[in-house]
Design a protein around this ligand. Structure first.
Ligand code: AMP
Length: 427
């Protein structure tokens, strides 16, 4: 059997590393300016953490997607399908409610869902996540959305769009679900199986259906935004007002819904035009009752997550693909046996000084050595044999220009550190 990565998982190759890091670095930078601290939780938790957070609404989709297993001690554990519940668990466990509120926590790392694999939909994928816990104002919502928008802009995206909606307060939600039940009851038999199930458990989620016939049936129906109560409407208008004032581009989306009971009011997504069916880069919303549900004090929260793979896909659409792996600045070529050890020792000293240096592991003739240096992507090669050793020098050659000169060993570090452009002129 040929060993391969598990279906729906991906290796991140060295040539992809710089792009990956740039997305996480953008988050660290932008979210750091808003005093969000980075929280790293384990990738698995007691299954309860996620099951409790799914709650009574028994969103079967969420539960079925979870990788849950029993360990050797008989504990039921789940790989995290998302960050929110784990972040809230850690918030409670470490008594963070005693810190000045709101507490802002961001995270980055893998998440796991047993999905049908397609482009942009994997079984192990990666998210950047932010939670703001302990503030219920529309300002906290607008701040979170602005941070999402700016993190993606900092990562290099220019064509991402925020879609803003609201699922209302619990009573608005109940009224909307009752409305949907009544409106769809006569057509229940025509709905897809998944939507029939949703109609029973959580009618709002029927709006999420991708089924064409379902979409026809719901086309003429009212949307959650049309049935907001006064307070939820004021909250929504305030969030929209801040975003407008701050110049964050967004569109009102009247059909954003959320599966779980503790989501309320603000719900939003961020999309990217041009990456096909999976155009959602991320999403989030306000929640109420989740901290309590997991055993903590009564505190509201607002959070979001975006998928790093999808952001990288979008960056590629913008012509910002993989960066080439940076080669060494210097490649050391020993022309005799004594120079092998000398080259390795010199490389070690130069690396200690922060330079990227590579060496040949055995004696080379000059032609082969220069070819090695070229293949390694080096900028300079330095060669040494018996006559160079006698004078304490290396022959330093710039590979692109072919320019060459003798350099004393102790001159190498300052010369290379002085930097690339111009350095050759002095050679
Ligand atoms: P969710 O937690 O479902 O709201 O997802 C938030 C974001 O995570 C989505 O918009 C995607 O960018 C990303 N995401 C969710 N599920 C997957 C998956 N199976 N594969 C890749 N990315 C995903």
């Amino acid at each position: 059997m040929k060993l391969q990565a598990v279906k729906g998982t991906n290796d991140i190759l060295p040539e992809q590393d710089a792009r990956w890091r740039s997305v996480v670095d953008a988050a660290a930078e932008v979210l750091g300016t808003a005093s969000a601290g980075r929280l790293t939780t384990p990738i698995f938790e007691h299954a309860e953490v996620f099951e409790k957070s799914v709650g009574d609404s028994a969103d079967l989709v969420v539960q079925k997607e979870m990788y849950t297993f029993e360990d050797r001690g008989g504990r039921r554990l789940s790989l995290r399908p998302e960050f929110t519940a784990a972040v809230v668990r850690a918030f409670i466990q470490h008594g963070m409610h005693t810190r000045p509120l709101p507490v802002k926590l961001w995270s980055a790392g893998p998440a796991f869902r047993a999905e049908n694999v397609q482009r942009g939909r994997y079984r192990q994928f990666h998210q950047v996540n932010l939670e703001t816990i302990g503030n219920a104002t529309p300002l906290a919502d607008a701040e979170a959305i602005e941070l999402l928008y700016r993190t993606l802009a900092r990562a290099g995206l220019t064509r991402h769009r925020i879609q803003l909606g609201s699922v209302g307060d619990p009573e608005d939600r109940a009224a909307y679900n009752a409305y949907l039940r009544e409106a769809l009851a006569p057509h229940a038999a025509e709905l897809s199986e998944a939507s029939r199930e949703r109609l029973r458990l959580n009618p709002m989620r029927v709006l999420d259906s991708k089924d064409a016939r379902d979409q026809e049936l719901i086309a003429g129906l009212k949307r959650p935004l049309e049935l907001l109560g006064d307070e939820a409407r004021r909250h929504f208008d305030a969030v929209a007002g801040y975003l407008t004032a701050w110049g964050v581009p967004f569109e009102v989306d009247d059909s954003i819904v959320r599966g779980l009971d503790y989501y309320r009011r603000t719900a939003f997504e961020v999309h990217y035009v041009g990456i096909g069916a999976q155009s959602a880069l991320g999403g989030g919303g306000r929640y109420d009752g989740l901290v309590e549900l997991l055993g903590g004090p009564q505190l509201p929260g607002i959070g979001w997550a975006f998928g790093i793979e999808r952001v990288l896909d979008a960056l590629e659409q913008e012509g910002r693909g993989e960066a080439a792996v940076e080669g060494p600045v210097l490649f050391l070529v020993p022309l005799d046996d004594a120079a092998v050890g000398e080259g390795a020792a010199l490389a070690r000293r130069l690396r200690e000084a922060g330079l990227r240096v590579e060496f040949a592991y055995q004696r080379r003739n000059p032609g082969k050595g220069l070819k090695d240096a070229d293949r390694a992507g080096a900028r300079y090669a330095a060669l040494r044999g018996g006559s160079e050793r006698e004078r304490g020098v290396w022959q330093l050659k710039e590979l692109a220009s072919g320019e060459q000169r003798e350099v004393r060993e102790d001159e190498l570090a300052p010369l290379l550190q002085a930097g690339a452009p111009g350095a050759t002129k002095e050679l």
